[in-house]
Structure formats: structure tokens, C-alpha cells
Design a protein. Structure first.
Length: 136
């Protein structure tokens, strides 16, 4: 497996990953899907035999905060350390940024154990408060 910082995007391969993950809301507007990658701070891809099998992207002010978004690994390749490698790489490459934020709508124990295994803590376990607003 090879992890690369992506400079150009294969939107067909990315859409396939999002579809495999069941994240269909992202795929309803392909122009918006393309814009989200173009506007990202960084996007990494995990490749096996030159085939995209996972991705992670971030938004950042490059100084104080890094928002980590959309960690996706194709269902055929899960539980092999790919998600951990992607998340570790994006954190390592942005080590100088003090605050790293990962917000998820998944509250299952497996996802929580995964995030904690790479050094993240639930906001309730820290002296932090998180406010969210979803406009649908």
C-alpha cells in the first residue's frame, strides 16, 4: 500500500469510494463533490496496485486548526490498517498545527476505538465544548 498526497483528483475513483461507503448525499451534486476536493487543504489517497482504496481530506487555516474530514476505506480493504495509516499521515504532515478536529456522526464503539487508537479523544473527555449546526 502506498499513501500519496493528491494534487489532482480521479473523481470517478473517489465517487466509487463514497458510493461503497454509502455516503450518497455527497454524490447527489457532482459539481459540489468536485468543489469540496478543490477547496480542501489536503487530500491523501491510499493505493494498492495503483488503485485508490482509501482517502482522507482536511480543511485548515494552516496555523492553528486542522479539520479532518471523510476518512474512507473501500469495504474490501477495511481492518487492514489503511484508515489508521491515512489518519496518521495527515496528522504527521500537519504536526505544527496545534488543534486537530475530527467530527463524526458515527457513535458506535468500533469507530470510537479506531479514533482513540490514533490519539483522538471524545470532546466530553477533554475540557472542550462542541456546538454543531446542520442545515439540510
Amino acid at each position: 500500500m502506498d499513501i500519496r498526497l493528491l494534487q489532482t483528483f480521479d473523481f470517478k475513483a473517489l465517487a466509487s469510494l463514497y458510493d461503497d461507503a454509502g455516503w450518497s448525499l455527497y454524490l447527489k451534486d457532482m459539481d459540489a463533490f468536485k468543489r469540496m476536493f478543490a477547496a480542501s487543504h489536503s487530500v491523501y489517497g491510499a493505493f494498492e496496485d495503483n488503485r485508490l482504496i482509501g482517502t482522507v481530506r482536511s480543511l485548515s487555516d494552516t496555523a492553528h486548526i486542522l479539520y479532518i474530514q471523510d476518512i474512507i476505506v473501500h469495504s474490501d480493504h477495511r481492518r487492514k490498517g489503511i484508515g489508521k495509516a491515512l489518519l496518521s499521515r495527515i496528522v504527521e504532515d500537519n504536526a505544527s498545527i496545534r488543534q486537530k478536529v475530527l467530527i463524526t456522526d458515527s457513535d458506535d464503539a468500533g469507530a470510537g476505538a479506531f479514533y482513540e487508537a490514533v490519539g483522538f479523544k471524545r470532546s466530553g473527555d477533554l475540557s472542550t465544548v462542541c456546538y454543531l449546526r446542520y442545515d439540510h
